[in-house]
Design a binder for this molecule. Sequence first.
Ligand SMILES: [Zn+2]
Ligand SMILES: [Zn+2]
Length: 235
Amino acid sequence: MKKTADFLLDMLYPKKCPLCHQILKEKDRLICPECSGKVRPISGPRCMKCGRPVKMEEEYCEDCRKGAHHFTEGRSIFWYGEVWRQSLVRFKYYGCREYGDFYAKAMSIFGKKYLERWKPDLIVPVPLHSRKKRMRGFNQAAYLAERLSELTGIPWEDHLVRKIRSTRSQKKLNAIQRRQNLKNAYRVTGKIPGFSVLVVDDVYTTGSTADAMAMCLLEAGAEKVYFLTICAGRA
Ligand SMILES: [Zn+2]
Ligand SMILES: [Zn+2]
């Protein structure tokens, strides 16, 4: 019976490759063979705190040298180029949820060395405001957190942090405006004394979201707050 249901679902909603959007012929694949050969994570010298590219001789980027961030450390896996922009749009707004399985897998593979070093006790997704979540139908960061938890065995907690204020889109705002926009937007609902927390999201841009999350998690007793995102965009 289950087989028949799976078969019908595959007919109606065939799985697609998250990068070229062609239908996947082998249904247990997460990405097509052509794109699989082309996937390249960010490489080269990176800031030891936020993971942004730096010159060979530098350990930290300018922002991190100035102590601009509240989080402990973080990394992103891919550059946010046009291919990734389109992929994430389909994932978030056009029902291609299966893309999230590929993203989480890539985060677990290419982020393995960081996760092993950070040893987080808990994975926490960046929450959406309840109204936005209703409109979108799901929280993309929670989807990633759940999958990453399955792949790594690190527990995840969906309701620890709540978005208590609806904020305007960060897209057209600069770093200072983004910070202001997110002020007091998140609330931690429990105490997490001494915890090491991993915040998961889709894109890291100026770090204002990671910082806003870190501030409230640290206030609730967390000792360390890391972040891992699929992509890093231009600040
Ligand atoms: Zn493909
Ligand atoms: Zn940095």
